[in-house]
Design a protein around this ligand. Structure first.
Ligand code: MN
Ligand code: MN
Ligand code: MN
Length: 272
């Protein structure tokens, strides 16, 4: 219920991704590219030929108490006009950020950064790594490390934060489109137990339904048990996903996640 194609920051086309998932024995799959639905149609076509049950998916970026949080949306109506408008707004936020980065780099005397970075992004969303590639091409830095250390890393000119929408708003889009909202990879936010409970309370209040109890293929049984217990206590369904980005990352391999404990209701009960 969580993976990425090259329509966001993954390595494989939606079709190649679905084919790999089928090879890996996955029966139900949600393609959840960051803030875009651009890969879903191609994934659906591939799902038909491979016999995979494809669930509509997306992974939204948002903020809660000034922290970046990711919310996965599952099984929503792909044609919901408010959701499509929201997706457009997310693209604008990303575009404005890359324009701002380019403008700041321009003031430092580096010309053509936006076009240069876009060339490296090759149709995908422009990010700091693409600016780094262009700065290397210009010859002003010798490698990625130097590009981030001097110009793009924390506190440098190219360190521009996205102004993501609030958690409650993003959850609202998913719910209004008939979908199920899921808090993605809860262990990745460095939250204390108290803060995590507070996050989940806000999320429930906004209409959120599920917690990613298993994220990735190397999560410990203890972590899974703890998250399952927390989800159960708070009345949340449990989701599970690899967060697959590329075949070279074995800790996020498709079809290699652990089993959800049978004490917890799986998220697919919401629609099946
Ligand atoms: Mn990603
Ligand atoms: Mn994420
Ligand atoms: Mn992800």
């Amino acid at each position: 219920m969580h993976c990425h194609s090259l329509r966001s920051d993954g390595a494989l086309s939606p079709q190649a991704l679905v084919e790999l998932a089928a090879e890996q024995g996955v029966s139900h799959l949600a393609l959840t590219d960051h803030d875009t639905l651009a890969g879903v149609a191609e994934a659906r076509q591939a799902a038909l030929t491979t016999g995979i049950d494809l669930i509509n998916g997306v992974e939204f970026s948002c903020q809660w108490q000034n922290r970046g949080i990711h919310v996965v949306g599952l099984n929503f109506d792909l044609t919901d006009s408010a959701l499509l408008a929201a997706i457009g707004r997310m693209a604008t936020i990303r575009q404005q950020r890359s324009e701002q980065i380019a403008e700041r780099l321009g003031k430092l005397g580096f010309p053509g950064c936006l076009q240069g970075a876009q060339r490296y992004a090759n149709g995908a969303v422009v990010g700091r790594p693409h600016f780094a590639q262009y700065l290397i091409e210009l010859g002003v830095v010798k490698d990625f490390n130097q590009a981030f250390k001097r110009y793009l890393g924390n506190g440098k000119a190219g360190d521009v934060r996205h102004q993501w929408p609030e958690l409650a708003e993003v959850v609202g889009w998913i719910v209004a489109a008939g979908g199920v909202a899921v808090i993605a990879h809860p262990l990745k936010y460095d939250l204390t137990r108290t803060k995590l409970v507070a996050l989940l309370s806000s999320f429930l209040e906004a209409g959120g339904k599920a917690l990613e109890v298993i994220s990735g293929s190397d999560q410990s049984p203890d972590q899974t048990r703890n998250l399952a217990a927390l989800a159960g206590k708070m009345g949340l369904y449990a989701s599970v996903g690899s967060d697959f980005h590329s075949p070279g990352m074995p800790w996020q391999m498709l079809g290699r996640t652990g089993q959800l404990p049978d004490t917890i209701a799986p998220v697919w009960q919401c629609w099946s």
